[in-house]
Design a protein around this ligand. Sequence first.
Ligand SMILES: C[S@@+](CC[C@H](N)C(=O)[O-])C[C@H]1O[C@@H](n2cnc3c(N)ncnc32)[C@H](O)[C@@H]1O
Length: 534
Amino acid sequence: MADERDSRRDNSYRDDKGRQRPQSRRDPRRQRSALRPADRRRAADPARRAAYDVLRAVDRGAYANLELPRILRSAGVHGRDAAFATELAYGTVRMRGLYDPIIEIAAGRPATEIDPPVLDTLRLGVHQLLGMRVASHAAASETVALARSVNGAGAAGFVNAVLRRVSERPRESWVAEVTAGRDRDEALAVEFSHPAWEVRALRTALLAHGASTEESVDGDLVRLLAAHNDPAAVALVARPGLSDVAELVEAGAEASALSPVGARLESGDPGAIPAVRQTRAAVQDEGSQLLALALAAAPVDPADDASPAVGAAGGDLDTDGSEERWLDLCAGPGGKTALLAALGAQQGAVVFANEISEHRADLIEQTLRAATDAGIEVMVGVGDGRDLGEEEPQAFDRVLVDAPCTGLGALRRRPDARWRRQLGDVPDLTRLQGELLASAVAATRPGGLIAYTTCSPHAAETRVVVDDAVRRGDVELVDARTYFRDAEGRQVDGLGDGPTVQLWTHLHGTDSMFLALLRKTPPTGPDAPTSEDS
Ligand SMILES: C[S@@+](CC[C@H](N)C(=O)[O-])C[C@H]1O[C@@H](n2cnc3c(N)ncnc32)[C@H](O)[C@@H]1O
């Protein structure tokens, strides 16, 4: 039967309510709405609107994990709706590196030529279609309703047309199309939604740390990238002497198999746990827990008169000389300081925390509230850690350098983290890391230990920085693997070739943290003290 619209002689047609509409409205090149009129008028659902607001804020430079709770609160979105908004917002931010090329094909124009607020709406729609278990018609109609309320009626038609095209094919078919013709790492970058330089750096890191061979690296890299897209359970630490794992289990968490002081919370708000609210426990990656435990557990050589850890400091940093002195050189916001303070209190050590940012130093004080209330004293100072070695030479028995880094090992935690760093950031960071480590070495007494750590496995930020420090002299590497003990007291598996340790998100379920343990060697040469001097 011929389409009756073809036989109309005038330049108009009637819509389904019988109203006259101009011909241009039914141009066959235009996509007809997949929606019933009732759907077209529907107001935006508050959870989707909240997710949209998060995306807009992230585009303006905000952090998704800080914006989301604020937006949910002010929109009054709770419970299952809040969980939906979280999955939608975080998943979309994470996966936009895959979604944008798909949108470009479906829209027939580059993403840069789409108005950014409309692009964000499209990304949300594509995530519902290809990344969540939302029925296609609901994903499309709800996203078009959102577009109408936030982007305007014209944009809503465009969003409807693009989403219709996206919904016509399954995810695998889109992935095959948008990765075709790209080199291996660029294809992985698109499929797993990472900047390509990060994929290349992670490939090099897997090889550099001995986690992969040339044969296994492709598969390992895929597992690592996929793990970054898999939201993590919340990891909790029970600060020793202030809380314990049993208290966290009682509150609904599951004891960690990896960290003797850790637990995992699969669902629920960690802030609702009294021990967390009171800072006796906290949210902390199990990798961070393990490396603080390792620094506390590794033996230092006994201090002798020729290598005291006291005397040089003076002022605020004086202790009575009977306790070990531990320094956290880059401490803000204090997660590791708090664990070290709790461990130090049990081992007769006093902890000093240094941080360059005043705001982050204030956060350290907040993190330490329960420790302070329990009488554990931590001295917090604000200053450039690069100066401390000169100001406090040989003043400490153990020094932690938790260096500012690209954060390439913590991409799973923060959905926007992968998009924040640039390849060009690496040289400045590695210079700073080298200077901080040199300062830490100067601040450590002979026989004392330095823990150099990053939440990045990038070879330039880890192996290269440490190799340079060893080459400069005054330190030797200790096999850090010995001190990585799981909840059963066994050495943790898969730590690499040693003597440094590299944890991996896809192997350990932690951030991909790096640790080098370095022992300060006694001075040698003509000025070195001899036994006759004492
Ligand atoms: C990786 S974060 C430390 C995280 C902390 N250890 C924790 O567990 O909560 C690195 C910190 O180093 C600080 N920082 C950056 N440059 C610094 C410098 N030159 N001296 C001291 N701290 C610095 C940053 O402000 C940031 O707080």
